[in-house]
Design a protein around this ligand. Structure first.
Ligand code: 6U4
Length: 168
């Protein structure tokens, strides 16, 4: 049986730019990605998303300004963990992104996202996000570089999507 672990992933948008961070250590090291991490037992998912963003690049958002735009699931061949990732975005934020021990933040034009240095799945689902669509994606990996199979679908309403799931 798969053990689900809940994560957040936050993207900050500013006109035609998106804020990404180069992960300096741990899971996904040397890859550009949004900001996020595990949800602690004493916080809501939105609080966790805002906290991780602030810890990783010193940008502040109000949890209520975060829009849930997608849900992603990642599994790895031969491993019992399912990474359950809630994806959020917002263009309402405060502060200039600053480098931290975990992340080096940088603004990228929406047309110049560095897919060669990101998770391979990002190339598949970023176009949905950049077009303002809501979506669900499910990716099964061999190791961390090869996608064995995947599924992606557009969603009308995230609330309805979560209501139809057994948990989270
Ligand atoms: N295949 C993938 N594609 C993607 O775009 N983002 C992924 C991904 N797999 C994981 N992520 C994201 C989800 C989450 O935001 C982040 C992983 O979180 P971390 O391991 O950095 O968590 P924490 O910051 O809580 O960890 P520690 O502080 O090191 O305990 O990477």
């Amino acid at each position: 049986m798969l053990v689900k672990k809940l994560f957040t992933l936050v993207f900050i948008n500013n006109e035609d730019q998106i804020l990404l961070g180069l992960k300096k250590r741990g899971f996904g090291v040397k890859k550009w990605n949004g900001f996020g991490g595990k949800v602690e037992p004493n916080e809501t998912i939105l609080e966790a998303a805002a906290r991780e963003l602030n810890e990783e690049c010193c940008v502040s958002v109000r949890p209520s300004d975060l829009k849930n735009i997608a849900h992603l699931e990642f599994t790895f061949e031969g491993q019992p963990t399912l990474m359950d990732v809630r994806v959020f975005s917002t263009n309402v934020f405060e502060g200039n992104p600053k480098e931290t021990e975990e992340m080096l933040p940088k603004w990228f034009k929406n047309t110049e996202v560095p897919f060669d240095d990101m998770w391979p799945d990002d190339r598949i689902w970023f176009p949905y996000m950049l077009q303002g669509k809501k979506f669900f994606g499910k990716f099964h990996y061999e190791g961390f570089d090869k996608i064995l199979n995947y599924k992606i679908e557009e969603i009308d309403c995230m609330k309805t999507f979560y209501a139809g799931r057994k948990s989270t």
